[in-house]
Design a protein around this ligand. Sequence first.
Ligand SMILES: [Zn+2]
Length: 276
Amino acid sequence: MIELPEAQVLAAQFQTTLVGKTIHAVVAASSPHKFAWYHGDPAAYPARLVGSLIQSAEAHGGMLQVNISRARLLFSEGVNLRLLAPGQPPPPKHQLLLHFSDGGALSASVQMYGGLLCWGLEEELDNPYYQVACQKPSPLNPALFTEAYFLSLFTSEAAQPLNLKAALATGQRVPGLGNGVLQDILWKARLSPKRRLNTLSAAQMRTLYHALVSVLAEMTRLGGRDTEKDLFGNPGGYLTVMSAKNNGAPCPACGTPITREAFMGGSVYTCPSCQR
Ligand SMILES: [Zn+2]
């Protein structure tokens, strides 16, 4: 899944390798996928994109926005983006394929679910996830994402009884913070995903804030997580501690085996000794 660090990495890679390329041909929705979300009819994509120039790319939370001379493209969730060299065949199944005038291409393939939204410059994208992701401060900008701001996200009555997974990784409180990056943040804070927010001390909230900001910065600095692939198909350089890669391995802090559990519609990985 594209989460905050991966969206940053992809935007930077787009900036250095794809800006300036002209879209020569477009294949949209060639492999039907029930959970590939388009904006309007994908059959309209070629008319919006062909002949356009890729101008820039930017990350909003866990979304990657590509600015094209006549349109915008937005990729989110489980979309795998891959740059293809001239002559290199695309993956067998893809939901969007952009051919460039220099012979290269970009393929976008949806795994479980994902968004591939394209809209024209004459319209605003009416998508609440996108709007929230554009508006809220990024944890990568600690001047805006301050400890006071972080605490203000959880002051409502409704947030108080939530467990930490629900509080942090749902409800768009922190756009781009999903169940993937959550695991190492909670391990670093030594807190369980099942722990109720209203049982944390002020010191624990402070620790959680610092863990969130520092883990996301480190994941971004190192090119994303090692469980995800970048535009070139390479895994990120951040070595995840709490992920499927390390299920059953000893916790680096205490040696207790790392455990996996299904919790709230997804797996959580924890150290049962360190995380309370
Ligand atoms: Zn441990």
